[in-house]
Design a protein around this ligand. Structure first.
Ligand SMILES: [Zn+2]
Length: 388
């Protein structure tokens, strides 16, 4: 089975699901260029769980994982007690980013290639990014091989207002050819996870500082509108519509139902982040303390145990996800896949002798282990919810 799915393919797949099992609801909001932030629902139980993917457009494995998980539920290949739980899915938190990245992918890798061919593209991308990561350690800022593979990915392929916006950003800031493949931001070049009052680079960007990314991305600037890191569009404090919609959605579920927890998917790192630093004051809620940390850690450890992912409780409190974790405890942030270089490396499903464990069947492990982990972690969310 081919593994990469583009934005349109994922939407087609979602439309094909059994509507009596997975119900499509009204979008939770719309992006700047009119893309819906879709919401799907499974089950009718009193205990609600939210699952989101794709805050960062380049982290395509997260969208594909959540869409495949929904498909498995729809086909009854897996089961969650629908009388006990209601699961809310937001498979594209940043639909513009997903559209930009998958348009770039399709400029080189057509839909109708064989599974093996697809694998060789993913491996080539991974290896090229790896080489650039090594070169970057010597301060190399030359053409990046992994981007160069996608040098014919141009914004006219996206079309519409979104295409125009990406075109303008690339031209105005003289971004490298092939940069669409690394697009984590939304269509006007704002990084949604950084787009928060206390975002990591808010003050530096306001002061006009130059901030470069690292490793194979070391030619990309995080302070300018573009593929990565820019915390606000024009003025400090501007919040993007995707983030407004998501925060409002969480609040609605929490106010009207028994929200027992949520899973936010990013890539990569094979990590489970929970909000756990007792020593630092939580800037959004000073009452967030021991009990919330203990509860979230309990559930996070179960998830980490099932997936063999590493637990991490340190928090810089500078992301949208930290805000969500603060206001809605027992929210886990999971980083899918143990190899770097999104969007393609996590689609490798190779088992080459001698290539090392971190390299083995990455895709299958991501899909299977995390599906199992959601199913087995939800009851612990319920247990914690009942006792607290
Ligand atoms: Zn991310």
């Amino acid at each position: 089975m081919k593994k990469i799915l583009d934005y349109e393919e994922m939407n087609d797949l979602l439309l094909s699901l059994d509507k009596s099992i997975i119900e499509k609801c009204e979008p939770i909001g719309y992006s700047n260029f009119g893309y819906p932030i879709d919401h799907y629902k499974y089950g009718h139980g009193d205990n609600h769980v939210i699952i989101t993917a794709g805050t960062h457009g380049a982290e395509l494995i997260t969208n594909v994982f959540v869409v495949r998980f929904m498909e498995m539920l729809s086909k009854k290949e897996i089961n969650i007690d629908s009388d006990l739980y209601t699961i809310h899915f937001v498979p594209f938190v940043n639909p513009e980013g997903t559209k930009i990245v998958t348009t770039a992918i399709r400029s080189l890798i057509p839909r109708d290639i064989s599974e093996d061919q697809e694998q060789t593209y993913c491996l080539a991308y991974y290896r090229n990014a790896y080489i650039e990561g090594e070169y970057s350690k010597q301060g190399d800022k030359d053409i990046k091989l992994h981007q160069w593979m996608f040098r014919h990915a141009t914004p006219d392929l996206i079309g519409g207002e979104l295409g125009k916006s990406v075109f303008n950003i690339i031209n105005k800031y003289n971004l490298p050819k092939g940069v669409m493949i690394n697009w984590s931001s939304n269509g006007r070049g704002v990084d949604l996870n950084s787009n928060i009052e206390l975002g990591e680079f808010v003050d530096q960007v306001s002061n006009g500082e130059v901030i470069y990314d690292t490793l194979h991305m070391n030619t990309l600037r995080r302070d300018l509108p573009g593929p990565k890191g820019r915390p606000f569009y024009e003025v400090k404090g501007d919040i993007e519509p995707e983030n407004e919609a998501l925060f409002k959605f969480y609040n609605e579920i929490n106010d009207n139902h028994n929200l027992i927890g949520s899973f936010i998917y990013h890539s990569c790192g094979n990590l489970v982040y929970y909000l756990g630093d007792e020593n630092k004051k939580n800037p959004w809620n000073e009452n967030y303390g021991k009990k919330e940390i203990e509860n979230t850690l309990y559930v996070a450890s179960k998830y980490a145990e099932i997936t063999n992912y590493k637990l991490d409780g340190t928090e810089p409190y500078t992301t949208m996800d930290t805000k969500l974790k603060t206001f809605f405890p027992v929210t886990l942030l999971v980083e899918l896949g143990g190899v770097r270089a999104t969007p393609l490396s996590q689609f490798m499903d190779l088992d080459i002798p001698g290539s090392g464990d971190g390299f083995k069947n990455i895709y299958s492990k991501v899909i299977n282990d995390n599906a199992k982990a959601i199913i087995e972690t939800i009851p612990y969310m319920l247990e914690i919810n009942k006792t607290s």
